[in-house]
Design a protein around this ligand. Structure first.
Ligand SMILES: *Cc1c(COP(=O)(O)O)cnc(C)c1O
Length: 367
């Protein structure tokens, strides 16, 4: 059996140790005589799995006690709708920062559902190559919350700071963050946020699960016309089990959290590894005239590294030869082309070394 190096943007690589453990536990989960997939979500065995996953996530991110953690479904995209349904009280408007394709999708959904929204800042003018500066983010006075995307997975553009969500009168609005492609890649001050959400298939586990972290005082603002499955309060009261949750994805997420705690040694250790991985790849790009990345250095994503070749007629050969060398899923998003290497937590440093070697070799032969 060979496991290749997988740079997929999502669903992304999972730690081999996690998959091996899931394999060992697949047919007979810890002597119970059945697999996790076949268990009632209400059984004591499964409830213990679910609670352990939440406890480990709380420990990893040091989530304060006044936050609820929800394990729900529909991906990050469903949260584009669920957030306004939960937070937009009567007369309030959502403020958004637009830094690229994922923020635009969140904006489009809020507009589609609730019409008027406020654009607090945008990096459109610089082609989404640098995030707005803190003083450029201007909230409307009726702002119910400020939404931003910490890391644009397609553009490879990441915030290097947590924005302040302050209305013109000086009052603070809840800050909402789509953290799908950076959650658990580094320590985070959760207390700065009102709501954090993240689709699982990047740094948490298999697709089918989305994690929402919501501050208690925001649970009473939901609209009456909301689909009941969207409701943060209802999900919190039901332990995320209003209906059948994505049980297997939740279990796998729990194994990933254990791996982060026990094998990696926590998020500070993870951050150091991620910083090294990204530094190696950006150095290889910057030291060559053959590869290029347009993002301002301070806003370069450590998770998603897009790059182009000086001659795009070589793109096809690059991808084909990379695949032959066991380097998978390096094609850029279909909307932007070029290349993209996603370096999520489960992508080992050895994969980055192999990629950098391949890039150097390809340039020598074809550059
Ligand atoms: C992948 C991604 C999404 C979409 O996630 P789904 O689970 O497919 O809905 C949204 N936002 C960001 C930043 C992402 O990386």
């Amino acid at each position: 059996m060979t496991r290749h190096h997988n740079f997929c943007a999502g669903p992304a690589a999972l730690p081999t140790a996690v998959l091996e453990r899931a394999q060992r536990e697949m047919l007979d989960f810890r002597g119970r005589g059945l697999s996790v997939m076949e268990m009632s979500h209400r059984s004591p065995e499964y409830v213990a799995i679910a609670e352990k996953a939440e406890a480990d996530l709380r420990e990893l991110l040091a989530i304060p006690a006044n936050y609820k953690v929800l394990f729900t479904q529909g991906g990050a995209t469903q949260q584009f709708a669920a957030v306004p349904f939960n937070l937009l009280g009567p007369g309030g408007r959502a403020s958004f920062v637009n830094t690229g394709i994922w923020s635009k999708k969140a904006i489009a959904e809020a507009r589609h559902l609730f019409g008027d929204i406020h654009m607090a800042a945008s990096s459109e003018a610089n082609g989404h190559t640098a995030v707005p500066r803190p003083e450029e983010i201007l909230l409307a006075k009726d702002t119910a919350y400020l939404h931003y995307t910490a890391n644009e997975t397609i553009g490879g553009l990441a915030f290097d700071y947590i924005p302040e969500a302050v209305r013109p009168d000086g009052s603070e609005a809840p800050l909402v963050c789509d953290l799908s492609s950076t959650i658990l890649s580094a320590p985070l001050d959760v207390s700065r946020f009102g709501v954090i959400y993240a689709g699982a298939q990047k740094n948490i586990g298999p697709a089918g699960l989305v994690v929402v972290i919501v501050r208690d005082d925001l649970l009473d603002r939901a609209r009456d016309d909301m689909p009941s499955l969207f409701g943060y309060q209802a999900l919190a009261e039901a332990g995320s089990m209003i209906n059948t949750p994505a049980t297997y994805s939740w279990y796998l997420a729990g194994l990933v959290f254990e791996w982060l705690k026990e094998d990696v040694g926590g998020l500070a250790a993870m951050e150091a590894i991620n910083a090294r991985k990204a530094a190696k790849l950006y150095a290889a790009i910057d030291e060559s005239d053959f590869y290029a990345n347009p993002i301002a250095v301070a806003n370069r994503s450590r998770m998603n590294v897009p790059f182009v070749l000086a001659d795009d007629r070589l793109d096809k050969a690059f991808l084909a030869e990379a695949e032959q060398a066991g380097l998978l899923n390096l094609q850029g998003h279909r909307s932007v082309g070029g290349m993209r290497a996603s370096l999520y937590n489960a992508v080992p440093e050895a994969a980055v070394d192999a990629l950098v070697d391949f890039m150097s070799d390809f340039e020598k032969r074809r550059g």
